[in-house]
Design a protein around this ligand. Structure first.
Ligand SMILES: O=C(O)CCC(=O)C(=O)O
Length: 262
């Protein structure tokens, strides 16, 4: 079992926020110069090494093994999470077009069991005009074959991941995502790796305070309960919202290691 630096585990608020929105950003305190060195290596690539990207650019391993990154993965997937294949360098060349909405993987999903995450590392600052990744918060609960997304363009509530150098964006694998166009003269780099859960949750793997459960189950108007009930990151109809609230609650219970809602 890997060692987790306890101080960096996520807390209840961050987990609830992740359940509602489907993504979380980590800004690890990386060694001086590492982002620049990785960028230099990526700039030099003439072909995509696909799964070999971590061997071709070995310092990527340091980023994905950073204690803040490891603790975030462990909080969301358990300490025995597994780094997966299908690693990929995503280059958006200068003056390249947008990427359409899609969900990764195939559309056989249990949306309340978060078993795979997409981890995306950006070695340089990404500005709005550089083709940032776009996500739609809450859409991990909306299973949608890609062909059905073909007529969606700008979605109200979409979030461009305009991030600072060194950011690790962690999303639920099924969160709807795409990109803006890169209208600049600069290359936009991103390196992604899927991360898998290997065992079902039996207890919270984050910094959990039992009072969070009371607030979630007690009908209180307090903070954590309010997050699950009221948050509406993308405007939706009331009928959709009540379904989403239920799905959020089922996800929380599953992540806490309870098979039936408390
Ligand atoms: O290049 C990006 O920002 C998005 C890549 C993407 O859609 C994916 O990894 O599935």
């Amino acid at each position: 079992m890997r060692t987790i630096d306890e101080q960096y585990r996520l807390n209840d608020d961050q987990i609830l926020d992740f359940i509602v929105n489907g993504y979380h950003l980590v800004e690890p305190e990386l060694p001086e110069g590492i982002n620049e060195s990785i960028c230099d290596e990526l700039d030099k690539l003439v072909e995509n090494p696909l799964d070999e990207i971590f061997d071709v650019v070995p310092r990527l391993k340091e980023v994905f093994a950073h204690p803040m990154v490891v603790a975030a993965f462990a909080s969301l997937l358990g300490d025995d999470y597994q780094e997966s294949t299908h690693r990929h360098w995503h280059l958006k060349p200068p003056h390249s077009s947008y990427m359409h909405w899609h969900q990764d993987g195939i559309n056989t999903r249990n949306v309340t069991e978060i078993r795979t995450l997409l981890a995306m590392y950006y070695p340089h600052e990404v500005t709005l005009d550089m083709g940032p990744t776009l996500v739609v918060p809450g859409t991990h609960f909306r299973n949608a074959p890609t062909d059905r997304m073909a007529n969606h363009f700008n979605i109200k509530g979409q979030v461009p991941l305009a991030v600072k150098a060194g950011t690790m964006a962690i999303t639920v694998y099924s969160l709807w995502h795409g990109t803006f166009a890169n209208t600049t003269d600069k290359k936009r780099h991103m390196v992604k790796m899927p991360i898998n859960r290997t065992s079902d949750p039996v207890a919270p793997s984050w910094q959990h305070d039992d009072s969070a459960n009371e607030k979630v189950s007690g009908g209180s108007k307090g903070g954590l309960n309010a997050t699950l009930l009221r948050a509406q990151p993308v405007p939706v109809a009331q009928t959709d919202h009540y379904k989403e609230r239920r799905l959020r609650r089922m996800t929380w219970d599953w992540m806490c290691g309870r098979s039936a809602p408390s």
